[in-house]
Design a protein around this ligand. Structure first.
Ligand SMILES: Cc1cc2nc3c(=O)[nH]c(=O)nc-3n(C[C@H](O)[C@H](O)[C@H](O)COP(=O)(O)O)c2cc1C
Length: 174
């Protein structure tokens, strides 16, 4: 799929509003992800408020681009939705949160948008800072922030070949 190969982290954006239909498509793609026992533990905060974007850009090193983005989507996990076997969730997030975020990034490429996955979990300081900004209830934990925008450089999403056949084994390791 073209979008998988052409998705790049985009950190420079045009000051152009993202259409509501496109925001909805990003959210729909994220919610389409697979999840253990189909628990669908995700929630989202769509942020287009300039002051809030500025605040989010200060959660840690590598988040600065958020203040230049017209939009950021904070991806959250609702611990109440995790099944029993994942109960100790503060220790580690289940893989479905990653699948959810990746779906959003790929849909963005399809829509002509650029994104970057800004780390939240597992960096405690960032999770704490996001909690300070949004004052989440106890059961809600921030997973990551996705900065979204039309790329400043129209070739920002481009093909990069990362295939490395030495990483692949068939049937046995040695
Ligand atoms: C879990 C995770 C956390 C990341 N955190 C950040 C971040 O905080 N800031 C940032 O600029 N990029 C972040 N990235 C993006 C990576 O730097 C990027 O994916 C990597 O350099 C490969 O480049 P590509 O996305 O263009 O293929 C993160 C990516 C992942 C998967």
């Amino acid at each position: 799929m073209k979008e998988i190969f052409e998705r790049r982290s985009v950190r420079e954006f045009l000051q152009k509003e993202i259409e509501k239909e496109k925001i909805d498509k990003l959210l729909k793609a994220a919610m389409q992800a697979p999840s253990a026992m189909n628990e669908q533990p995700w929630e989202f905060i769509v942020v287009d408020d300039k002051n809030l974007l500025q605040e989010i850009s200060k959660i840690g090193m590598g988040a600065e681009m958020v203040k230049e983005a017209p939009l950021a989507i904070v991806i959250l996990a609702d611990e109440k939705k995790f099944t029993l076997k994942y109960k100790n969730i503060k220790e580690y997030f289940p893989p479905e949160m990653g699948a959810c975020c990746q779906n959003m990034l790929l849909e963005a490429v399809h829509l002509g948008l650029g994104t970057v996955w800004v780390c939240g979990f597992p960096l405690e300081e960032r999770v704490k800072n996001l909690n300070k900004i949004f004052n989440f209830p106890e059961n809600i934990s921030p997973f990551c922030v996705v900065a979204v925008g039309y790329p400043k450089n129209e070739d920002a999403n481009y093909y990069l070949d990362r295939f490395d056949e030495t990483r692949v084994k068939y049937n046995k390791y040695n």
